[in-house]
Design a protein around this ligand. Structure first.
Ligand code: 13P
Length: 250
């Protein structure tokens, strides 16, 4: 039985004070039950202080990106060991905003995934099609390419440290959620692909999150689908009560 994982991607929101108060609100509203895992991914500038606040709680820390080198002349970039030194356990890689706004392609994302895993970070690997691609009925091809290229050279052992987040781009920040049926269809396709490319056991154990306008009002129905194992939440994670309500649905 897969445990649900709810992660909040804060994106470029919340300065240090705001981050501290958001995470304090989340911690104080979280019950003690161990039914689902909770991850927060604040901006880099808040990671250290948020880590101090989540110590001894069930909340885990993730970063929103990283570079694939350990150190050197890469102005503006952050390395995996830097993330680990401030308490990160997870890193989001391949987010569509990184792909589309910052030009990250599958090859770069693959290098980042390998480096993150080699460094002992767990990866939330994002994939998803654009509206035009969905309308062309090539969603499965797009998702398949992203997975095959992004996970090129990844071992079965590594797969234990990967979460896949299916985030249709047309549903991100638009208020337009994929219907639970649309999401389930792609999630099931992804699980089959993992089964064919790795093994049935890995496919049965891998967590596949849905992301794209997840809100307290739609979380429960999405999460009730057999292959939807959690959510990667953007807008609705920026307020403790709405994030907590999504966690409660899980
Ligand atoms: P929204 O929940 O704001 O649509 O964002 C989803 C997302 O991109 C999470 O990574």
């Amino acid at each position: 039985m897969r445990k649900k994982v709810i992660a909040g991607n804060w994106k470029m929101n919340k300065d240090l004070n705001e981050s501290q108060s958001l995470v304090s609100g989340i911690i104080s509203g979280l019950g003690n039950d161990d039914k689902c895992d909770v991850i927060v991914c604040p901006p880099y500038t808040s990671l250290n202080e948020v880590h101090a606040l989540i110590k001894n709680t069930k909340v885990k820390l993730g970063a929103q990106n990283m570079f694939y080198e350990e150190s050197g002349a890469y102005t503006g970039e952050i390395s995996p060991s830097m993330l680990k030194s401030v308490g990160c356990e997870y890193v989001i890689l391949g987010h569509s905003e990184r792909r589309n706004i910052f030009g990250e392609g599958d090859e770069m994302i693959n290098k980042k995934i390998k480096k993150a895993l080699e460094s002992g970070l767990k990866v939330i690997f994002c994939i998803g099609e654009s509206l035009a691609q969905r309308e062309e009925s090539i969603t499965n091809d797009v998702v398949k390419n992203q997975i095959v290229n992004g996970l090129n050279g990844i071992t079965s052992d590594d797969m234990k440290n990967i979460i896949i987040a299916y985030e249709p781009i047309w549903a991100i920040g638009t208020g337009k959620t994929a219907t639970p049926e649309q999401a389930q269809e792609v999630h099931s396709f992804i699980r089959n692909l993992i089964s064919n490319n790795f093994s049935n056991e890995i496919a049965e154990n891998i967590v596949i999150q849905y992301g794209g306008s997840v809100k307290p009002e739609n979380a429960a129905t999405l999460l009730s689908k057999p292959d939807i194992d959690g959510a990667l939440v953007g807008g609705a994670c920026l307020k403790a009560d709405s994030f907590l309500s999504i966690v409660a649905s899980a």
